[in-house]
Design a protein around this ligand. Structure first.
Ligand SMILES: NC(=O)c1ccc[n+]([C@@H]2O[C@H](COP(=O)([O-])OP(=O)(O)OC[C@H]3O[C@@H](n4cnc5c(N)ncnc54)[C@H](OP(=O)(O)O)[C@@H]3O)[C@@H](O)[C@H]2O)c1
Length: 251
């Protein structure tokens, strides 16, 4: 699909992968809209990328999604791309009880429910455009999970499954469905947890993910694993079993 002259909504576009993708899309001549919960981060993104439109909202809340969809449908009639990028990541000890799971932000609401419902809400507008796309930012961890972040990995497996079904249902329409699987990326996603567990590999720069995503769009590569995630995406079931053991500290 053409990478210029698009109108693109990127959820969570004020930081990390979303911000670098916003920059790359604007540089190639697209109008970009971003959203997030922290107003100061959205304002900083607007200073860095003059012309980017921004809305403060929480996509985990029905009211936040309603406000976002209304803002986009009323203000940006040419919207033709949705990037489901916003996400959070938590370490959760499932043996510590339900309270531990329920405290803090809800990964299922943010990483899985919101992308599904936003896609459904915006699909009529996307399908009305001559060329359109939904881009889901999932993860190699959707194929082989790290057991200490069980819900995060389950949401990414769910987003992969949703991407397959959505792509199938949209066959023959103007809407392409892309799934991008980044490896470890050096962003704020982990909120310091990597340092806390002594992980020295900070991952690749988010700009590398943005560049790979731009190439995937240009070449109609609908499912792309970046770096180590490509190995997970294409592994056999036997390989995944081995990888799961290795990733989670052996037998
Ligand atoms: N970093 C990695 O290693 C890695 C690897 C594979 C996949 N990914 C995926 O890449 C995507 C982007 O993450 P990132 O690494 O760029 O981390 P990031 O910099 O923390 O970006 C996440 C963005 O999502 C927004 N967000 C979170 N909850 C939200 C909510 N309820 N409503 C609206 N916006 C919300 C955040 O803004 P606010 O907090 O202001 O709302 C933030 O701008 C995520 O889906 C992540 O799972 C990341």
């Amino acid at each position: 699909m053409q990478v210029s002259d698009n109108t693109v909504l990127i959820t969570g576009g004020a930081s990390g992968i979303g911000l670098t993708l916003a920059e790359a899309l604007m540089a190639s001549g697209s109008q970009v809209l971003i959203c997030g919960r922290r107003e100061d981060r959205l304002q900083a993104a607007q200073r860095k990328l003059p012309g980017v439109a921004a809305l403060t909202c929480d996509i985990a809340e029905a009211e936040g999604r309603r406000a976002l969809v209304e803002w986009v449908l009323e203000g940006f009639p040419r919207l033709n791309m949705l990037v489901n990028n916003a996400g959070i990541q938590r370490q959760i000890d499932l043996t510590a009880g339900l309270e531990r799971v329920l405290e803090g932000d809800d990964e299922i609401d943010i990483n899985l429910k919101a992308p599904i419902l936003l896609t459904c809400a915006l699909l009529p507008r996307l399908m009305a455009q001559p060329s359109a796309a939904v881009i889901n930012i999932s993860s190699g961890l959707g194929f082989a999970p790290l057991a200490f972040m069980p819900i995060y990995c389950a949401t990414k497996a769910g987003l992969h499954s949703f991407s397959l079904s959505l792509r199938r249902q949209l066959q023959g329409t103007s809407v392409g469905v892309f799934e991008i699987l980044p490896p470890t990326v050096d962003t704020e996603l982990d909120r310091g947890a990597r340092t806390g567990r002594g992980q020295h590999d900070r991952g690749i720069p988010p700009a590398d993910v943005a560049q790979a995503t731009m190439r995937a769009l240009a070449e109609d590569t609908f499912e792309l694993g970046i770096g180590r995630s490509e190995g997970l995406r294409t592994a056999s079931r036997a390989d995944l079993d081995q990888l799961f053991l290795r990733m989670n500290g052996g037998q």
